[in-house]
Design a protein around this ligand. Structure first.
Ligand code: PMP
Length: 359
């Protein structure tokens, strides 16, 4: 299996696919009587011509994202959140009932869910106790069937950057597609791997507007990939997966990069403070190193603590069912007063002794 021969990795039915041609692929202007739109217009303020379908490539936004991340515009793919490209990649490369993806738990849950929805097997090679990649084991498990390896750096829920040299080794040696999910990269000190898609045809880098850009509600994800993978993604995606409102608001965000940077700086500072103060709670067994906007920490009777926090309106994530995450909770870095409320409540819960109210 040659990792650089992308076409040979693509599912045969996708290779033979004649993609849907949308009306806006052919002509974008003129007297538009081609797409069964409503020429009378939208009933709401209509600066964006919402009565017309969007042009599927979102060229202006593509250009902005490309220059911001240091890649070529034809290496940029937009998805409805980054969950959409995850699903598209599984569908492009993995034959249901035959092929597999490889994941490295504990990690982001959608890789497995997307695979399962598509009846694709999941081979799990857990991280080490230090939450690093078992590179040799991953390579030992690779076969004709393992079409995609999903890595996440910084990793959710463990919060750490994966070792860059290990990721690169896998990009170079794994005989399939390697996806590096960088949803949290802007919180990390590491550089994005996005520019490397030019060099490695089997590499896909995922990012999102949901985290550092603070726009989770807009649902805009990005996949960076070389021209070959990108053209398959364009063929398989729903033609109008990104709407004009989302595309427009994302363009506006690029006018506010200063504000994004200020917020990032404050989130980083709060993350350090939260981590220190959490570690000062005698009941907290461990706060794991974070390169992201959340912390993973271990505490006795974590599920009970999670429920008690929720009863008082502080919602965190219980991760104790994940491998290597026994008795672990994941908390997002909030605003300073939200973090204070969380810290104070956790102190109350832990100092009153969770064991006493166990039957
Ligand atoms: N990747 C990771 C690692 C995530 O944690 C998340 C969301 N929590 C996503 C992808 C999906 O992000 P979105 O669909 O909002 O772009």
């Amino acid at each position: 299996m040659n990792r650089n021969d992308i076409e040979q990795l693509v599912r045969p039915n996708i290779r033979e696919l004649k993609p849907y041609r949308s009306a806006r692929d052919d002509f974008g202007s003129g007297t538009l009587l081609d797409a069964n739109e409503n020429a009378w217009g939208a009933p709401v303020p209509n600066r964006l011509n919402l009565h017309r379908y969007p042009v599927p490539v979102h060229a202006q936004l593509r250009q902005k994202v490309a220059s911001f991340r240091g890649v070529e515009p034809d290496s940029v793919f937009f998805g409805n959140g980054s969950d959409e490209p995850i699903d598209l990649l599984v569908r492009i490369f993995c034959k249901p009932g035959v092929d597999a993806i490889v994941t490295t738990p504990p990690t982001y849950g959608m890789y497995k869910v997307s695979a399962r929805i598509n009846d694709v097997n999941v081979i799990e090679i857990p991280l080490t106790e230090e939450f690093e990649l078992r590179t040799e084991e991953i390579l030992a498990q690779a076969s004709e069937a393992t079409k995609i390896l999903f890595l996440c750096s910084p990793n959710n829920p463990t919060a750490n950057d994966l070792d860059r040299a290990s990721i690169l080794k896998l990009v170079e040696l794994f005989p399939g597609i390697v996806v590096v999910d960088e949803a949290y990269i802007d919180f990390s000190r590491q550089e994005s791997m996005a520019p490397m898609v030019q060099q490695y045809p089997n590499l896909v880098v995922l990012q999102t507007f949901s985290k550092s850009f603070g726009m989770a509600g807009a649902r805009l994800g990005i996949a960076f990939a070389g021209p070959e993978i990108l053209s398959w993604m364009m063929k398989v995606k729903p033609p109008y997966n990104i709407n004009k409102l989302t595309s427009d608001i994302a363009l506006q965000a690029f006018e506010k990069l200063d504000l994004i940077r200020i917020n990032l700086d404050m989130i980083r500072k709060e993350q350090v403070r939260l981590s220190k103060e959490l570690a000062a709670n005698p009941a907290v067994v461990k706060v794991f190193r974070s390169d992201a906007n959340f912390l993973l920490f271990r505490i006795p009777k974590a599920h009970e603590a999670y429920q008690k926090l929720a009863e008082k309106g502080i919602i965190v994530r219980y991760r104790g069912n994940e491998p290597l995450c026994e008795n672990c909770l994941r908390v997002t870095v909030g605003l300073p007063d939200e973090n204070d409320r969380f810290l104070r409540l956790l102190e109350n819960i832990t100092s009153s002794g969770t064991e006493t109210d166990q039957p």
